[in-house]
Write a protein that binds this ligand. Structure first.
Ligand SMILES: [Fe+2]
Length: 369
């Protein structure tokens, strides 16, 4: 199975190249973005220039922060409807693009705050143009939107074919100035997506070439870009790998590797990609009996062993352990066990196994003899 209804334009001058497609989307755009990155990367100026040249008006909604809430989506819906917009442009990392998708659906279907996960209420959508400014989430080519509820401290996603952006415009130039930490964490998110394409019980061999090529490229170019921030060719590779990751999870979704990270993000603000990476080795060990053939084939393509992969992962500069309370474990486990990704694991995962995975992340003081 393979389904990707998004037109993808990937080029150095992508927004200008996409002009005809952008102008076909509507007459009045709601631009959904955060406070800084769209401006700093030059993407906002590129978009405004194309809209102005084409006589398309726009309203700027730049209130999106990390881990967008249901409330911000409701606010965006009001701005969209009050200004009689007819399409949405999401510019940013995952947060603005996921918000743009949710604002489109909330506006088109008159959804209230409590209906944003209720995909059966989604009947139509306004067109969404996605312009990623990081190389990680792949959300520009997926049907998913991940939102947070500050009242319950729950972070969860929904998936609907109506949420696919109709157009994704990617220009690696926008990622050239990303700080090393953001570069690392977002690339680790892309790596998680690619691996989960092999793990998911809905896995589709049609996308294995994307998975193989994407993982090989991240292993080669991520360390390079961490020392050469403005290496365009490496940035281009990582942006394409993230795109592959999005196309991969659009087919088979994500698994426990993602759902275990959501509470780490909502309770302790651990960046999404880092949270995935912290459990990556343990998840691979847990799943290995069920997907050893898929992983062995991958490692044979990469001409490395599983241990070589772990050694590479350990060479990356990120913290594997955090301090947390027992109270956190008690709150996180029900959220993880009830998440929709749990149904996609390649084997049955017990509550005790999830508890063990979390305990392995806990930073413990080693007593001195
Ligand atoms: Fe992700």
């Amino acid at each position: 199975m393979f389904y990707c209804p998004t037109r993808i334009i990937f080029a150095r001058n992508a927004v200008q190249k996409a002009k005809d497609h952008i102008t076909s989307l509507g007459k009045r755009a709601l631009i959904v973005t955060g406070k800084n990155s769209a401006e700093q990367s030059g993407a906002l100026a590129d978009v405004i220039s194309v809209l102005t040249e084409s006589g398309i008006s726009y309203v700027l909604f730049d209130s999106i922060t990390e881990n967008p809430s249901l409330d911000i989506v409701m606010e965006g819906k009001s701005v969209f409807l009050q200004n009689e917009c007819d399409f949405v442009i999401g510019i940013g990392g995952g947060s603005p693009i996921d918000s743009a998708k949710a604002i489109s659906l909330a506006s088109a279907n008159s959804l209230g705050r409590d209906e944003l996960y209720n995909t059966s209420a989604f009947k139509k959508a306004y067109p969404v143009l996605a312009i990623p400014l990081t190389a990680g989430t792949g959300t520009e080519v997926t049907q998913y939107s991940v939102l947070s509820d500050p009242l319950t401290k729950k972070k969860a996603g929904f998936g609907s074919d109506l949420a696919f952006p109709v157009l994704a415009v990617l220009n690696p130039k926008y990622t050239l100035t990303l700080p090393p930490k953001v570069t690392l964490h977002t690339a680790l998110d892309a790596l998680s997506h690619l691996l989960e394409g092999l793990y998911s019980n809905q896995r589709s061999p049609v996308v294995y070439p994307f998975i193989y090529k994407g993982i090989a490229s991240i292993m080669k170019f991520l360390p390079l870009v961490l020392s050469q921030r403005e290496n365009y060719l490496a940035r281009e590779e990582l942006m394409r790998d993230a795109l592959y990751g999005g196309m991969v999870i659009a087919q088979g979704s994500t698994t426990l590797q993602h759902s275990i990270g959501y509470p780490l993000t909502s309770f302790y603000n651990i960046p999404h990609g880092l949270a995935n990476a912290m459990v990556m080795e343990d998840i691979m060990e847990l799943y290995y009996p069920a997907v050893h053939q898929e992983l062995d084939d991958l490692f044979s393509y990469l001409q490395i062993s599983k241990d070589d992969f772990y050694a590479w992962l350990h060479s990356l500069p990120f913290e594997r352990k955090i301090e947390f309370s027992n109270d956190f474990i008690d709150k996180a486990i029900p959220q993880i066990m009830s998440s929709r990704n749990m149904a996609l694991n390649p084997l049955l995962v017990s509550e005790q196994q999830v508890r063990n995975l979390l305990e392995n992340l806990r930073k413990v003081d080693v007593p001195v003899n």
